[in-house]
Design a binder for this molecule. Structure first.
Ligand code: SF4
Length: 359
């Protein structure tokens, strides 16, 4: 490995200089913008994440602007990207950094990976990316792309999901990072995984590392990385109540922790064994909202996939008939006019039936 390191570094950096995509955060050393790009683009394709990055930079050009924004505004801009805890942690961390600001120096960003890791929502990968790109610290990154490239480059036969192999991959990645241009090298590894060493059909003929790639030599590229078999996702059937009163719909804000925390939603709940949809709606309205409702018809049946869960949502138009709604399962409740629903950050699954609401 030691013998190969210089040629791997040279080949990869030369390739990156030629082939790197022109992305807005590659034109800056501003740690805030690099941090934003890393958080927004985690587990997201670039074409999907880029508009979010542009929207965030426009709405919150500085860390102080982000820190000063109300949480609903941050969640609204994040809407559709999923993994909402990332947005909440980013917001929390921005507040911490903004608090460090003095009039002379402005906000003080951490300058090392260790310092970044102390902020909410910044793990070892994100910390390594920001510290190497913005501050030139010689630290590695290890995301899904880099894992795949390393597992193939060194033809690693062990499962990459175990702690031992992960530790080995971090060490390999760390040894490869050159003292000069560590940020470019890390980006080059990720870029190679995204553009050339792709999961199902790696373009080995165009790869700058083909001469040193052990998996290519052994013809095992498609068998690397070795992954733990995925568990089948759970399935859940839900009823969703679009409860109408005086031309307004009842929305609930989800509690501050857990799945989709802080987002607004139409009241919903699981259908229990042996229950009809109408019975489930009545039970959920009585137990969680302490109101009476009357279901007047199915609006839509919507499928939605979360990481470990596949839900079927049966959305019903409902009429409020009695009682003052209580926020037992929510942080708060609000009656919202149809035209104002789009102002609230709603889960992606709710957007699937929003256009079908007639009032
Ligand atoms: S030669 Fe093929 S398998 Fe090896 S790193 Fe390059 S693209 Fe990946």
């Amino acid at each position: 490995m030691k013998k190969l390191t210089p040629s791997i570094r040279r080949a990869l950096l030369a390739w990156f200089d030629r082939e790197a995509r022109d992305l807005p955060w590659r034109h800056t050393r501003d740690p805030y913008r690099i941090w934003l790009s890393e958080i927004l683009l985690q587990q997201t394709r670039i074409d999907q994440g880029l508009p979010y990055y542009e929207r965030f930079v426009e709405a919150f050009p500085t860390v102080e602007a982000l820190a000063a924004a109300p949480e609903d505004r941050v969640l609204k801009l994040w809407e559709g990207l999923g993994y909402y805890s990332r947005a909440r942690n980013l917001h929390k961390a921005a507040r911490q950094v903004a608090q460090s600001a003095s009039e002379e120096t402005g906000p003080e960003f951490p300058q090392t990976a260790e310092g970044w890791q102390a902020l909410p929502g910044v793990g070892r990968y994100t910390a390594g990316a920001i510290a190497s790109i913005a501050f030139g610290e010689r630290v590695p990154v290890l995301d899904g792309n880099v894992k795949r490239v390393l597992a193939r480059l060194f033809d690693i036969t062990a499962c990459v999901d175990t702690t031992t192999t992960l530790h080995r991959l971090w060490t390999l990645a760390g040894d490869l990072v050159p003292p000069g241009r560590p940020g470019d090298f890390n980006q080059a590894m990720m870029e190679l995984g995204a553009l050339v060493c792709t999961p199902r059909a790696p373009h080995c003929a165009q790869c700058p590392l083909r001469k040193t790639c052990a998996a290519l030599a052994a013809d095992t590229q498609l068998e690397r990385p070795v992954r733990r078999p995925k568990k089948a996702p759970k399935r859940q059937e839900l009823v969703v109540a679009a409860i109408l009163k005086n031309g307004r719909y009842l929305l609930g804000k989800r509690p501050p922790a857990g799945l989709l925390a802080g987002l607004w939603e139409f009241p919903s709940g699981p259908v229990e064994k042996g229950e009809t949809h109408e019975q489930a709606l009545t039970r959920i309205a009585e137990t969680t909202l302490e109101i009476q409702i009357e279901a007047s018809g199915l609006i839509a049946t919507v499928q939605h996939a979360y990481t470990h869960l596949r839900v079927t949502m049966n959305v019903y138009a409902c009429r409020h008939t009695a009682g003052k709604p209580q926020a037992n399962a929510h942080a708060k409740l609000k009656w919202v006019a149809r035209k104002d629903l789009s102002r609230y950050p709603l889960p992606k699954a709710n957007h699937k039936f929003l256009p079908l609401l007639t009032v």
